[in-house]
Write a protein that binds this ligand. Structure first.
Ligand SMILES: *Cc1c(COP(=O)(O)O)cnc(C)c1O
Length: 398
């Protein structure tokens, strides 16, 4: 984990004008303590040895970098897939939960809380809590509990308690509010594992660093395969922004590598049913940090929509808001329909069923123009098993 320069978080938690920490007084001591120690602890030798060995033997890293011949021919460039879908629990989220549980142990916390929307982060958190023998409480909106029954069952099998959030729209933002309330009441013995590169400082930087193993591996693997560690493009889908942050991290200061984000346009950007935060979002505060979010003129959060539950978030991580603001990253939107077509294409042409979130990154390839000599790395953030119901319903209605 080498230090980055121009796009690194500042001492007080800002990326340009985005980030910071906007938190209730009652959480200040806990978050300030985390800020003081997270870098030091996570860079200690014994932490790194345990982190690296779990990534290798438990998660299954390094994840392969696979040259997709079909995509390469279709788009006229060399397209590599970074196979985070092959990780234990099926996505990149486990990289972060392993890092944070090791940190929680060293902070002497024995109770873990988390929020989850689709249940992917809840499953990754329940998994590491089972591994380490820590109590696990996952807050989940009542509506999401009904929509995501298989993941709820997984969390319970893993020994976690799933607590329904029954206020508001009964979805992710309400689950997050419940988790924050819990943390305020149990600040002493509890660590809150946030699942994306969002939240108050130091969470966005901490999550980004734990996920940065993705770009660390890409560099080594690409060098090995092509003789050049730096691709022309890195492409990733963005919900809160953790898989993108991890895939970008070691390329941030190499400006020749173009950084591309795929966001969820839902039923269309102008449809009123999308999660196209970078296009429709304005500056505001959500879940403890200043960033771009979808809100009404009087500051009420607009309910987002995406067919993929993992991109169905009204905000975007502060690092990404800054990368977009400075022109370092470019955003392309993909609709529900385009994502489904891209998902079916990869399934039928490569025998890889990607997550619906990931399919947005695949879908935007059609909007881009490449040179024959270009090397593209696309972060295949997760596998699609969890989305089979959604796809079956879609195909049945055709
Ligand atoms: C959760 C999830 C995402 C979106 O989260 P980020 O923090 O933006 O990475 C993307 N892909 C998959 C497979 C996910 O599970």
């Amino acid at each position: 984990m080498t230090a980055i320069s121009k796009y690194a978080v500042s001492e007080d938690g800002y990326y340009g004008e985005f980030g910071g920490r906007f938190i209730p007084e009652m959480l200040y001591a806990n978050i300030e303590n985390l800020r003081k120690v997270y870098l030091e602890i996570s860079q200690e030798a014994d932490f790194q040895i345990e982190f690296q060995s779990l990534l290798r033997d438990y998660v299954g890293r390094p994840s392969p970098l696979y040259l997709s011949k079909k995509l390469s021919i279709k788009h006229g460039a060399s397209i590599y897939l970074k196979r985070e879908d092959l990780n234990h629990t099926g996505a990149h989220k486990i990289n972060n939960t392993i890092g944070q549980i090791l940190l929680a142990q060293r902070l002497g916390k024995h109770r873990i809380i988390a929020e989850t929307g689709a249940g992917q982060h809840g499953v990754a958190t329940a998994t590491v809590c089972a591994l380490m023998g820590l109590d696990c409480i996952v807050y989940m909106g009542e509506v999401d509990i009904a929509r995501q029954a298989p993941n709820v069952a997984r969390m319970r099998m893993l020994g976690a308690e799933v607590r329904p959030a029954t206020s508001g729209s009964k979805t992710l933002k309400d689950a997050t509010n419940e988790a924050i309330r819990d943390w305020i009441n149990n600040a002493e013995d509890t660590h809150y594992i946030i699942g994306s590169a969002i939240g108050p400082h130091p969470y966005p930087d901490m999550v980004t660093r734990f996920q940065s193993v993705i770009s660390e591996e890409i560099k080594l693997q690409l060098e090995d395969k092509t003789g050049n560690a730096y691709p022309d493009y890195v492409i990733a889908c963005v919900g809160g922004g953790s898989n993108a942050a991890g895939a970008f991290y070691h390329f941030l200061d190499h400006e020749k590598t173009k950084l591309i984000l795929a966001e969820a346009a839902g039923e269309g950007i102008d449809s009123g049913r999308s999660a196209a935060t970078s296009i429709l979002g304005t500056k505001g505060v959500i879940h403890g940090c200043k960033t771009l979010l979808m809100q009404t003129s009087d500051g009420q959060i607009v309910e987002p929509h995406s067919i993929s539950a993992g991109l169905d978030y009204p905000g975007i991580g502060p690092l990404h808001a800054h990368l977009i603001d400075t022109g370092r990253a470019t955003v392309y939107p993909a609709t529900d329909e385009e994502a489904i077509q891209a998902m079916l294409y990869l399934s039928r042409e490569e025998g890889i069923i990607p997550a619906l979130e990931t399919a947005h990154a695949l879908a935007i390839l059609d909007q881009m123009k490449f040179k024959e000599s270009d090397t593209i790395v696309l972060c295949l953030s997760g596998r699609g098993d969890k989305d089979l119901n959604t796809i079956m319903n879609y195909l049945d209605n055709q």
